[in-house]
Design a protein around this ligand. Structure first.
Ligand code: NAD
Length: 429
């Protein structure tokens, strides 16, 4: 199947990523040739995935893998199963992975993949058949030294186990390093399942500190109660924060005195969705975004904080657990109005950091304790926050708000490392 370049360039999330790229590039005076190379992904793969459904009929799904840049190492990025997946969104998320991995000092490039479907509408057998066929279609392009997928929205450790098994069957030997985020029993890393949420909380802690607040006294609202949001709630709660509101695609719940996170997890475990949770007031996702809390943590989809609702945001801090939750227009408005934003490529980097640890453990066949993983993650998250904060001081921006534009600083620091590497490899001059 083919696609036109326009399908990528016209996607709103891709346009946002390009806008941030060009803005940061201009800010640091980046080499023109480096910029040209980063504007489009290196390779975009689109596949048809025929699946024999439970009713014996064949249904064909659209699957994608976009490999944006691999100057720093093998491509790396998640696989998303969601009805809104398209080539442009996948390309934008792949580019964000390039910038995230560069910022976090990892020896990895950026990629992303996805299949356009609603996973809740498929049986487990159908999902397994689809994942295996998708992996088979991608197998010439992925591998421990080439491109290493991981879970994202709508996928999990089980999806990764099926990918690992299919890839290994086709290779004729077990290749545990082909994916990360797999179960611990088959080469996964301890601490991977909570890593993104934990990383978000380390950045929350540091961001509150610069606002002269302590996490143990903070109130927070979290949008999204999946792999990122749920663990962000658990870890923030463990550090003393009061989780006053949480939502998922069915809506949200609010209790100004603080939600009982364990009770909510049990409820969602039994009922799949937050809707109907009896021990708190029901609110909408829009209500949640407008709450007066110390920190707002979007952990669902992109573009949720935008020109339509930016003026209703009352939190002085946004920590972006999701990828691309704030549009450029809303981000600039909020930063100019005294809101501190810890950007996605910094705030949700904990997932790929521990994915990197998992890959290193698989390659070395030597596994670490959960404490080792958490300690190493904390070091990376704290030092990355400091790197971005110092970069913002060294390269001052023109925002009129109380705080620097940390997205600009994070992109700037990331691009500088990439520029150096691309020049050294002779990719730009
Ligand atoms: P997930 O599928 O586990 O959870 C997504 C959550 O968002 C669910 O609770 C879902 O109900 C909710 N949601 C979906 N649509 C919504 C809507 N319209 N309004 C409100 N809530 C909605 O996915 P995840 O892995 O937690 O990923 C969430 C975000 O974090 C995505 O942007 C993803 O790219 C990003 N991210 C994930 C990881 C990771 O390790 N999983 C790492 C970095 C970034």
């Amino acid at each position: 199947m083919t696609y036109s370049e326009d399908e990528i360039l016209k996607n709103p999330l891709y346009q946002s990523v390009l806008y941030e790229l060009e803005k940061a590039g201009k800010h640091i005076g980046i080499n023109r040739n480096v910029m040209e190379r980063l504007k489009l992904p290196r390779r975009s793969i689109r596949v048809s995935i025929p699946v024999r459904m439970d009713n014996d009929r064949v249904q064909v799904f659209n699957g994608y893998r976009v490999q944006h840049n691999h100057t720093l190492g093998p491509f790396k990025g998640g696989i998303r199963y969601h009805p809104g997946v398209n080539i442009g969104e996948v390309a934008a998320l792949a580019a964000l992975m390039t910038y995230k991995n560069s910022l976090l000092n990892l020896p990895l490039g950026g990629a992303k993949g996805g299949v356009q479907l609603d996973p809740s509408a498929l049986s487990k057998a159908e999902l397994e058949a689809l994942t295996r066929r998708f992996t088979s279609e991608l197998s010439p392009f992925i591998g421990p030294d080439k491109d290493i997928p991981a879970p994202d929205v709508g996928t999990n450790s089980e999806t990764m186990a099926w990918m690992l098994d299919t890839f290994s069957l086709e290779s004729g030997f077990s290749q545990t390093g082909v994916v990360t985020g797999k179960p611990v029993e088959i080469g996964g890393s301890k601490g991977r399942s909570c890593a993104t949420g934990l990383g978000v909380v380390y950045i929350l802690e540091k961001s509150l500190e610069v606002q002269n607040k302590n996490i143990s006294e903070a109130t927070i609202a979290v949008q999204g109660f999946g792999k990122v949001g749920l663990h962000a709630c658990v870890e923030a709660h463990a550090m003393g924060a009061r989780i006053v509101a949480v939502s998922d695609r069915s809506g949200g719940v609010y209790n100004p005195k603080g939600l009982n996170v364990t009770d909510l997890i049990n409820y969602v475990g039994a009922n799949r969705l937050i809707k109907g949770y009896p021990k708190a007031k029901s609110i909408s996702n829009e209500d949640l975004l407008a709450l007066e809390v110390d920190a707002l943590i979007p952990c669902a989809l992109d573009g949720v904080i935008n020109s339509k609702n930016m003026k209703s945001i009352r939190a002085p801090l946004i920590v972006e657990g999701a990828n691309g939750p704030t549009t450029p227009e809303a981000g600039e408005y909020l930063v100019n109005n005294d809101v501190l934003i810890a950007p996605d490529i910094l705030a949700n980097g904990g997932g790929v950091v521990v994915s990197y640890f998992e890959w290193v453990q698989d390659i070395g066949w030597l596994f670490w304790t959960e404490k080792q993983v958490r300690d190493k993650l904390k070091d990376v998250m704290y030092s990355s926050f400091e790197k971005v904060w110092n970069f913002a001081e060294d390269y001052p921006d023109k925002t009129k708000g109380k705080y620097k534009d940390l997205r600009l600083a994070a992109m700037g620091a990331s691009l500088m490392r990439l520029e150096k590497a691309m020049k050294l490899r002779g990719q730009a001059w």
